[in-house]
Write a protein that binds this ligand. Structure first.
Ligand code: GDP
Ligand code: MN
Length: 392
């Protein structure tokens, strides 16, 4: 789960990472009032779950109240398009008004889980600011890394060595080391998968200060952090994914045109491969799980049909704990309540399969049932090819 910059800075403050004084606001009036309380000049920053705001005009310096109002009115309630948002952008609903800092140089600092070494890795670079992806490509040696032994944890000398390896003066290296250690404590305490400060500003006094803050929490750890769960901003998430999560369906939106409803992650992966193999491509991953109820199935079908990219629905179920008759009831209920104008191909096997097929065929609805998997895949590919717009 992603959280906003202002929320991440709240966590930074809690863990002793220095951040400039700031206020999160939802209107231009509040922005002006906050700027006056904080003291001008301020930086006004659009809060969306995407980076690249600086380059896209979503971060702006204001030296008086009129400028604050102007910037706030330009940003709030409108979509901000950055290289990370896609062409539709994200609607800005919150602004962070932050006391402007004097910045002498900008470092990059992040912690991520390095899957290859199965350790947390600390990465830092003097090429901070807005172009770190570019640095990673063109000058990877400019990024220093320290791996953390999970048994021992991050050691003080490692944190200090980051600064010296970057060639920073001792005072600055110490200030950076403190932040690295605090960020590591935060990372572990909150089950993060990413914690990034870009830029980590160095002030004219040689101290380090977090100007930006980006945190991603591992969803599997969220149950341990109800306080983080409360920071969730559903406006920033795919509405169909939000709906799926609310009924415990495992749903991920993809780029293709075949909506898939499958039980079990392994079968779901195999189904996606099969669709590809037949020349079409999946519009989503949807695992209804072993213990799905008819209501969950109905919701799942609804989510698929609501996706404007879907040109055919493929229901592929191996009835184990989820019985085929329960599945069929859910599908029929969904089809009766919805206007489904794409072909629905069903392949059922397993517990109560006869009863399931009977429910489908006596429903009077136009399901196409497939005898086996390869027949199903061919039917799906043909259905997609024959709908308007053709290709997968
Ligand atoms: P991002 O583009 O979405 O990553 O947004 P950032 O929060 O990183 O801001 C982009 C850039 O704006 C930073 O790299 C800084 O150069 C600049 N910036 C942000 N806050 C301040 C500030 O308080 N003072 C100054 N001088 N520049 C700032
Ligand atoms: Mn940034």
């Amino acid at each position: 789960m992603r959280i906003h910059e202002y929320q991440a800075k709240g966590l930074f403050a809690e863990f002793g990472i220095p951040v400039p004084p700031s206020r999160a606001v939802a209107s231009a009036d509040e922005a002006v009032a906050s700027a006056e309380t904080l003291g001008l000049p301020v930086v006004v920053k659009a809060q969306i779950h995407a980076g690249g705001r600086g380059k896209a005009g979503g971060v702006a310096l204001a030296s008086n109240a009129d400028e604050v109002r102007e910037i706030a009115e330009r940003l709030i309630g409108r979509p901000l398009v950055t290289h990370q948002t896609g062409p539709e952008g994200r609607i800005v609903r919150t602004l962070l008004v932050e006391k402007a800092s004097e910045i002498q140089s900008e470092l990059y600092l992040s912690l991520v889980v390095d899957r290859a070494s199965r350790q947390i890795v600390v990465m830092a670079s003097r090429a901070g600011g807005v172009d770190i992806e570019e640095t990673a490509k063109t000058d990877p040696d400019a990024i220093v890394k320290e791996w953390v032994d999970p048994v021992i944890g991050l050691r003080g000398f490692q944190a200090f060595r980051i600064g010296t390896r970057l060639g920073l003066p001792t005072k600055t290296a110490r200030s950076v080391a403190k932040i690295v250690l605090a960020l590591y404590r935060l990372f572990c305490a909150k089950d993060c998968s990413l914690a990034e400060i870009n830029p980590l500003a160095i002030t004219p006094d040689g101290d380090a200060l977090a100007i930006d803050a980006k945190i991603t929490i591992d969803d599997n750890g969220l149950f341990r952090h109800p306080e983080i769960g409360e920071l969730r901003d559903l406006n920033e998430e795919d509405p169909l994914e939000v709906e799926a999560t609310s009924v415990n369906l495992n749903y991920i939106k993809l780029n293709g045109t075949v909506g898939c409803l499958v039980n079990g992650a392994g079968l779901a992966m195999a189904t996606m491969d099969l669709i590809k193999h037949a020349g079409a491509s999946p519009a989503n991953f949807l695992d209804v799980g072993g213990g799905a109820t008819a209501e969950m199935i109905e919701k799942g079908v609804r989510i698929l049909v609501d996706d404007p990219d879907v040109r055919a629905v493929f229901i592929n179920i191996f009835g184990g704990i989820l019985r085929c008759d329960v599945l069929a009831e859910g599908v029929v209920a969904a089809a009766k309540n919805l206007q489904i104008d794409v072909p629905v191909i069903v392949r059922l096997e397993g517990t109560n399969v006869e009863a399931g097929r009977e429910i489908l065929s006596s429903s009077g609805l136009a399901f196409r049932t497939a005898g086996d998997l390869s027949e199903a895949a061919a039917m799906v590919a043909e259905a997609v090819a024959s709908t308007a717009g053709g290709t997968a």
